[in-house]
Design a protein around this ligand. Structure first.
Ligand SMILES: [Zn+2]
Length: 118
C-alpha cells in the first residue's frame, strides 16, 4: 500500500536524476565561461572594490525552474563572500516569521553599512 505520508522530494534532494547530473556538467561549463567574461563581483564593483567573482548567482532564485536557471539575464558574477551573504539575506527574507526583525543585516561589518560613505 502507499505510504500515507509520501515524502515530497524537493529539488534540493539528494537523489539526482541523470538529467540533473547532465545539467551539472553543462552548468559548470556555462558558469566558467560566464565568469571568464564577467570576472568581477558585481556587489564589490558597486562598492568601488575590485574582487574576482567565483560564483554565478541567480538574481531571481530559480528554485528548480530551468528557464530561470539558464536565463543569463538572471545571472550575476559575485564573490564567495557576497554570494554567502546574499543567500543568507534571501533565506532570512524567506524565513521572516518572527516580528522582531528590523530587516537590517545583523553584522555591523556588513558592507551595507559602508554604503553611501563614499
Ligand atoms: Zn563581492
Amino acid at each position: 500500500m502507499a505510504d500515507p505520508t509520501p515524502k515530497r522530494s524537493s529539488w534540493r534532494g539528494d537523489k539526482r536524476t541523470a538529467a540533473q547530473r547532465g545539467y551539472d556538467y553543462k552548468w559548470r561549463k556555462a558558469r566558467a565561461a560566464f565568469l571568464k567574461q564577467n570576472p568581477l563581483c558585481q556587489y564589490c564593483e558597486e562598492d568601488g572594490k575590485v574582487t574576482l567573482a567565483t560564483v554565478v548567482n541567480h538574481i531571481i532564485p530559480h528554485q528548480g525552474d530551468e528557464t530561470l536557471f539558464w536565463d543569463m539575464d538572471n545571472w550575476q558574477p559575485v564573490c564567495k563572500k557576497h554570494h554567502d551573504s546574499t543567500i543568507a539575506l534571501e533565506e532570512a527574507r524567506n524565513a521572516k516569521i518572527g516580528g522582531d526583525s528590523s530587516g537590517n543585516p545583523a553584522d555591523p561589518n556588513h558592507h551595507w553599512y559602508g554604503r553611501g560613505v563614499a
